[in-house]
Design a protein around this ligand. Structure first.
Ligand code: UFG
Length: 344
């Protein structure tokens, strides 16, 4: 049997590119689809090199997932065995200000993509969902059977996709939805990393402050958004997972579908959490820089604590994260000091 060929949407983005890399390095061929609204052309070029080094087939298309004409070409030119679907907007704050943007880009376009898949008889998809579909959890750690009750349009747009996928069982669609907690880190070989514009995430934000200090720039102090939460040190607690662990989980989900697995959903986290302050203190140790910090007001929409139960993923996918918070901070630090793509 030949290699499986996986269509990765949003493969020029952060998690998409790391997953495509993992697949190309682990005996899969891949097809990249990205409209480059947020994706990085540099990631696509790096993936091409990785494919060549690994003797994998790789084709890249500049296409929007809802552009039927272009997507027809993609499906006609390639025998696709399954999809891993990342292409989406993912900023909670922006989704509150401009909800249509999220419902159109994430929800509506995915419905079109699923319809195109059906037209070509492709019935397996691993979908990039989020912890944000749970909203303010009543129980910690969060298990998959808790009620999903998002508190922002971003989480809602992803939950709607999960519901569409439930209904799509009638067409024979098999989907595995992976609900990510807080993803961080860069590839250990520094070939890929996180390049969001603007950057809003905790670990890169701390490290950009550290970098400015290291370079002698009069950089802004890193801001902790609120220290009066109901948590041990007053700052928010999150469950962080390294992007390379996450990439591996996608391959396990694909394998499950190829082995006849049914539609399902899994939290991807570590069953443990770190507070913003703990992450900040670890970053100071890793960088050996006394990073400037100030306490700022709470950011709207931040739940106090989000921790995943990872029991189901462990039992059914055989997935457990291997990398530590130090790994996440160290690889991000390596990446941003290298700044090959010069986006920041
Ligand atoms: N934070 C700061 N200062 C910063 C940036 C973040 O204090 O400069 C705090 C936030 O207030 C929050 C924590 O660090 O308490 C983590 O914030 P991130 O922005 O890194 O991540 P979020 O938890 O807000 O969101 C992430 C993804 C979402 C996803 C969610 C699921 O960005 O897409 O995890 O848990 F839905």
């Amino acid at each position: 049997m030949g290699k499986k060929n996986i269509l990765v949407t949003g493969a020029a983005g952060y998690i998409g590119s790391h997953t495509a890399k993992y697949l190309l390095e682990n005996n899969y061929d891949a097809v990249l689809v990205d409209n480059y609204v947020l994706g990085n052309v540099e990631a696509k070029d790096e993936l091409q090199k990785i494919a060549d080094e690994n003797g994998a087939k790789f084709k890249a298309y500049n296409a929007d997932i809802s552009d039927r004409e272009k997507m027809n070409t993609v499906f006609k030119e390639n025998e696709i065995d399954a999809l891993v679907h990342f292409a989406a907007f993912s900023q909670v704050g922006e989704s509150v200000i401009d909800p249509y943007k999220y419902y159109i880009n994430n929800t509506s376009k995915t419905a079109v993509l699923l319809d195109i898949m059906r037209n070509y008889g492709v019935n397996k998809i691993v979908f990039s969902s989020t912890a944000a579909t749970y909203g303010e959890p009543e129980v910690i750690p969060i298990t998959e059977n808790l009620k999903q009750n998002p508190i922002n349009p971003y989480g809602q747009s992803k939950l709607m996709i999960e519901k569409i996928m439930d209904d799509a069982k009638i067409y024979g669609l098999k989907s595995i939805r992976l609900r990510y907690f807080n993803v961080a880190g860069a590839s250990s070989d520094t070939r890929l990393g996180e390049e969001h514009r603007p950057e809003t995430h905790l670990i890169p934000n701390i490290l950009y402050s550290a970098l400015a200090q290291k370079n002698g720039e009069n950089g802004k102090a890193f801001k902790i958004f609120g220290n009066d939460y109901n948590t041990p040190d007053g700052t928010c607690v999150r469950d962080y997972i390294h992007v390379e662990d996450l990439a591996r989980a996608h391959e396990l989900a694909l394998k499950k579908l190829f082995n006849g697995g049914e539609t399902s959903y899994y939290n991807l986290g570590s069953n443990s959490g770190y507070s913003v302050k703990e992450v900040f203190d670890t970053a100071k140790k890793v960088t050996e820089i006394d990073i400037k910090v100030e306490i700022a007001p709470r950011r709207e929409g931040d739940p106090a604590t989000l921790i995943a139960s990872n029991k189901k993923a462990k039992e059914e996918l055989g997935f457990e994260p291997h990398k530590t918070l130090v790994d996440m901070i160290q690889t991000t630090w390596n990446w941003i000091q290298n700044d090959k793509w010069k986006k920041h």
